[in-house]
Design a binder for this molecule. Structure first.
Ligand code: UN1
Length: 514
């Protein structure tokens, strides 16, 4: 496969070039800040450059977004939903090219690149339906001839700060719901993945134009977090910041935004565990652990990082899993037979290698993988073998989220309560799962005395959630929710309305004031 040909085809299809403007105010493309280079981890070669935003560019975008909000909020919600439906149609047409661009830019397997675009399509369909269901409740007033109800109104300008690992899906989960709610969105993509963002912005701009909708309901500001990020966070004109990324940066953002009493949706680090009880189907469990730990080369926030295994099945499960690991194919993620591509960049490889050193120095042992790969088949320095380590849960390194394919095996003794205690004994609380065929164990795990995570599954892994219900986690994962269920409410402000149709004044709580 000639990667240069692939790049040329994808660029042609998605209207990208060697040098790209990285800022769009809806109508115009520009970028008067620094020019950054985009590297593909598949070969390590530079594939394009992008001109980023300076402060004036940023201001221009926000002004345009504010003006667009004044118009967009007056368009009926189901009409806004119809435009999002059309975005879904456009994404269906562009799915092969956009999926490939995701793979080129960040290195996940082509299956997963296409899956990510499918997740965008799914949320478009979902948000279109949601546009007719922005329900508020009503209740009966304690006063005669009064009526009370609740309405949901749009917030204004929403800032989306997305992560490299889901370079396009994170945007779509936020954008589609925010837009049907009547908000407008400004997108700051992650620095390693600006090309996918430029491509999506172009796809959506065409849909908006065909519908004669205000162009600046969707705008783009590319730039380093350190340069553009705090402009965003400090900006009173931004009603809500939705940030996906590390807990460290999430805390920084939360502090700044809460200082001005702005709103946030935070999707931060996970330290996701799977519990395997003596009543588990071990084959099923091993298959799911494999996808959870190695999918996206261990770079999902939902990646399985810890497996907590009952003592009685520990050795058997370990053997099964190691066997599965020997069958993992590693190489160019553009090749459909490959399960694992490269890490996003060489810095990520360094982080992984440091973590492996820490595991050993803290008393753990690496029982599989963890090598850097090189040679003709692995150009660019970003390929590794996934690692399995035997550890204890309290090790400092195990308590951290290392964004790499390192899987920790932890043994538990005694009853399920002990396993649940180990699982919950970390600061993060995103995703979790149990493998058991015992109904009582499953119910205990899902109960209020069970998993403390935002996602808890039975007999399936920690990653690969559908969009239909809310996505997000507790504790240091940030508490935010995106996608389905009532996640849309975060993009709106609530208003309680009471209407007096009695022609007299009646005070609540029986107060007389005559
Ligand atoms: C992320 O890694 O930031 O559940 C999100 C999953 C995907 C989303 C992951 N649907 O793995």
């Amino acid at each position: 496969m000639d990667i240069n040909k692939e790049i040329a085809n994808v660029f042609r299809n998605l209207d990208l070039s060697d040098v790209n403007d990285g800022v769009c105010d809806g109508e115009h493309w520009f970028g008067h800040g620094r020019e950054i280079q985009v590297t593909t981890p598949i070969t390590g070669q530079v594939i394009a450059s992008v001109k980023t935003a300076n402060k004036d560019d940023y201001d221009q975008v926000i002004q345009k977004a504010q003006a667009a909000f004044a118009q967009w909020r007056l368009i009926p919600a189901p009409k806004r939903g119809e435009i999002i439906r059309q975005l879904g149609v456009a994404l269906r047409e562009k799915k092969p090219a956009l999926g490939k661009l995701v793979t080129l830019e960040m290195g996940k397997s082509i299956q997963e690149g296409l899956g990510e675009v499918q997740e965008m399509i799914d949320i478009c369909d979902y948000a279109c339906g949601q546009s007719r269901m922005l329900y508020g409740v009503q209740t009966h007033s304690e006063r005669p001839q009064h009526r009370m109800y609740e309405q949901w109104h749009p917030l204004g300008v929403v800032g989306i700060i997305s992560a490299f690992n889901f370079p396009v899906a994170v945007w779509s989960w936020n954008l589609t719901l925010a837009l049907v709610c009547g908000d407008v969105c400004v997108w700051k993509p992650a620095s390693p993945t600006p090309l996918t963002a430029i491509a999506c912005q172009k796809i959506f701009a065409r849909v908006l134009q065909e519908n004669h909708a205000p162009a600046a309901v969707s705008t783009l500001v590319t730039g380093k977090g350190s340069e553009i990020g705090d402009l965003f966070n400090n900006d009173k004109r931004i009603g809500l910041i939705s940030y996906t990324g590390s807990t460290r940066l999430g805390k920084h953002i939360a502090q700044i935004v809460s200082e001005r009493l702005g709103k946030t949706i935070l999707e931060l680090g996970g330290n996701n565990a799977i519990i395997i009880t003596p009543h588990a189907d071990l084959e099923l469990a091993a298959k799911n652990v494999l996808f959870g730990a190695v999918g996206t080369a261990g770079q999902r926030c939902t990646t399985t990082r810890r497996v907590i295994i009952a003592e009685s099945v520990y050795e058997k499960f370990k053997e099964l899993l190691q066997n599965y690991y020997t069958r993992i194919t590693i190489g160019s993620p553009l090749n459909e037979n490959i399960l694992m591509g490269p890490l996003v960049n060489t810095a990520a490889v360094d982080v992984m290698m440091n973590a492996l050193r820490d595991i050993k120095s803290q008393g753990g042992s690496i029982i599989y993988g963890g090598e850097k790969l090189s040679g003709e088949k692995y150009p660019g320095g970003c390929y590794v073998t996934p690692a399995i380590a035997e550890v204890e849960n309290h090790f400092a390194i195990v308590q951290e989220e290392t964004f790499a394919p390192i899987l920790y095996l932890i043994k538990y003794k005694g009853d399920l309560g002990n396993a649940i205690h180990i699982q919950n004994d970390v600061t993060q609380g995103l995703s979790s799962a149990i493998f058991t065929n015992d109904l009582i164990e499953a119910e205990q795990y899902l109960s209020h005395a069970g998993s403390d995570c935002g996602i808890a599954n039975v007999n399936l892994g920690t990653s690969g959630a559908e969009i239909g219900l809310a996505f997000g986690g507790e504790k240091e994962t940030g508490g935010g929710r995106e996608s389905g269920s009532d996640a849309w409410k975060a993009y709106m402000r609530r208003q309680t309305n009471t209407i007096n149709w009695s022609r007299t004044t009646v005070l609540a709580q029986g107060i007389k004031f005559d």
